[in-house]
Design a protein around this ligand. Structure first.
Ligand SMILES: [Zn+2]
Length: 496
């Protein structure tokens, strides 16, 4: 198990500059040991029911092929007990052109010992076998799933939330999933069917930094309640009552999250039909207002430049940890940035809020392979910070280049996998900072008109999809005849 060791002087910058740099926790040392590769076989092909699986499953519940998978969840949080009880239904359409003999689901809570306790699992109403090893749940299909056919997976499980150990930041990364002394965060908390491409399920293993999951767009109905009525809930969608539940509906989302705390306070602002929220802790009113203001202004600006915002709400939450991270219609903002905010625009709080808001276009609407092509979304979101400053704080633009690109090393390749970087610092440099410089050179070469027409069209052509570097350059070349091959050669090791 590798630990990240940084000199103390690096730590300050690490936590100040960090943005979207961690995700579902990679196995690092905690009080609750995470299963190692050799011990991660939590359940070896258990049968979950005494019923014998039959060869004739109940017919598929919908006649019309779905465009997107439908996730319906009923989840009850025991805030004090740090558990979540979940009933989940997945209506999954086979949108590939092949017949599927199995399904692969990502089960991130299973990275923790006893973190995921499955009580029941059925496919089209019939109890089924499965294997669960680390994050990988494989469900063999007794009846193969043909193209454009739907299948229904139902499961009932308990999450035992891990303590989100923050530890020494020079050794361990910020943790998000689980609980802290004043927050419960449900991120990548439900099993989901991973995307399929070229005949393979797409579920990379996590690395020591960066993100690793790919998400198909899916429709969500999440019904949620907390046993403690004093708990305030932030979520990936607007709340509405549904009997004793609170219901959240998200269309074509990637990753539905919730954050809960009895101490949360909220600022909200309406932008057209979008409700923007800033959840924060008492005494952080001023930075929380800045998070709201930046989110609102960035949402307005990016809607003009990249096309309409994809959801009806955008919620920023003060994390009880030092990291920013994007999810569907939702982002966590690093606690450290609230502490260091000085009331001006020349702040990490400001540019990271602009960055995380941009992820709603690049990550959420247009997704990508975060493990193997992380530059696609991180480059565009880092450059979106630049666009935010040039529009709202042009006097601070030079400051932004200097402060944001701290420790930037141009001797790297933009098109690296996360795992090719020797450190998180190097990952930011090669992916975020190198990417921003690439886009700056590209924009200067092809001109603003072509550059922004390209960005808007790249989003339009790829909304709801998982894009690739090939898509990026194909759309780019549809918008300019100017030769930019010398720039590409300087930044990309692969011919583009
Ligand atoms: Zn990011």
């Amino acid at each position: 198990m590798q630990k990240k060791l940084l000199p103390l002087s690096s730590f300050l910058f690490l936590f100040l500059l960090s943005a979207c740099s961690t995700s579902p926790a990679l196995p690092v040392i905690t009080e609750t040991p995470i299963p190692s590769k050799t011990s991660s076989l939590i359940t070896a092909t258990p049968i979950l029911s005494t019923e014998t699986p039959t060869e004739t499953p109940i017919p598929v519940p919908t006649e019309i092929p779905l465009e997107y998978a439908q996730y319906t969840l009923y989840a009850t949080l025991d805030y004090a007990g740090k558990t979540v009880h979940v009933e989940e239904s997945i209506l999954y359409p086979n949108k590939s052109e092949e017949t599927l003999n199995d399904l692969l689901l990502a089960v991130e809570p299973n990275f923790w010992a006893s973190g995921f306790i499955l009580h029941e699992l059925s496919v089209n109403g019939v109890a089924t076998n499965y294997t669960l090893e680390g994050q990988r749940m494989t469900i063999p299909l007794t009846v193969p799933l043909t193209p454009n056919q739907n299948i229904e997976i139902k499961m009932h499980y308990t999450l035992n939330l891990p303590f989100a150990e923050q530890g020494d930041p020079s050794v361990t990364r910020a943790r998000i999933y689980g609980y802290t002394n004043r927050q419960v965060n449900l991120t990548n908390w439900y099993p989901f069917v991973v995307p399929r491409k070229n005949g393979l399920w797409q579920l990379p293993e996590p690395w020591h930094f960066g993100e690793h999951l790919l998400y198909d767009a899916a429709d969500y109905e999440v019904n949620f309640k907390a046993t403690d009525p004093n708990v305030v809930i932030a979520a990936s969608a607007n709340a509405e009552p549904n009997t004793e539940w609170t219901r959240y509906t998200l269309k074509q989302g990637r990753a539905f999250v919730l954050s809960a705390s009895p101490e949360f306070r909220i600022y909200s602002q309406q932008v057209g039909d979008v409700t923007v929220n800033s959840y924060y802790y008492p005494i952080f009113e001023i930075p929380a207002q800045e998070v709201l203001n930046v989110s609102v202004r960035a949402l307005q600006l990016y809607s003009q430049l990249y096309g309409a915002y994809p959801h009806k709400s955008l919620t920023a939450v003060q994390g009880d940890f030092n990291d920013g991270m994007e999810y569907s219609a939702f982002y966590f903002q690093s606690h450290g940035f609230y502490n260091t905010y000085d009331g001006t625009a020349q702040n990490y709080l400001t540019f990271v809020s602009a960055h995380e808001t941009a992820h709603q276009w690049f990550f959420e609407s247009v997704a990508n392979d975060q493990a193997n092509e992380p530059w696609l979304d991180e480059m565009l979101c880092t450059y979106s910070e630049r666009i935010y400053y040039e529009n709202y704080h042009p006097e601070a633009l030079n400051w932004w280049w200097q402060a944001r690109m701290f420790d930037y090393s141009p001797n790297t390749w933009l098109d690296q996998r996360v795992s090719e970087n020797p450190s998180e610092r190097a990952y930011w440099s090669s992916t975020y900072f190198h990417g921003a410089h690439f886009l700056e050179e590209l924009r200067t070469r092809i001109g603003d008109e072509a550059f922004f027409a390209f960005l808007k069209d790249y989003r339009a052509q790829n909304a709801g999809k998982i894009t690739t570097g090939e898509d990026f350059f194909r759309v780019l070349r549809e918008h300019t005849d100017i030769d930019f091959s010398d720039i590409v050669i300087n930044y990309f090791r692969t011919a583009r």
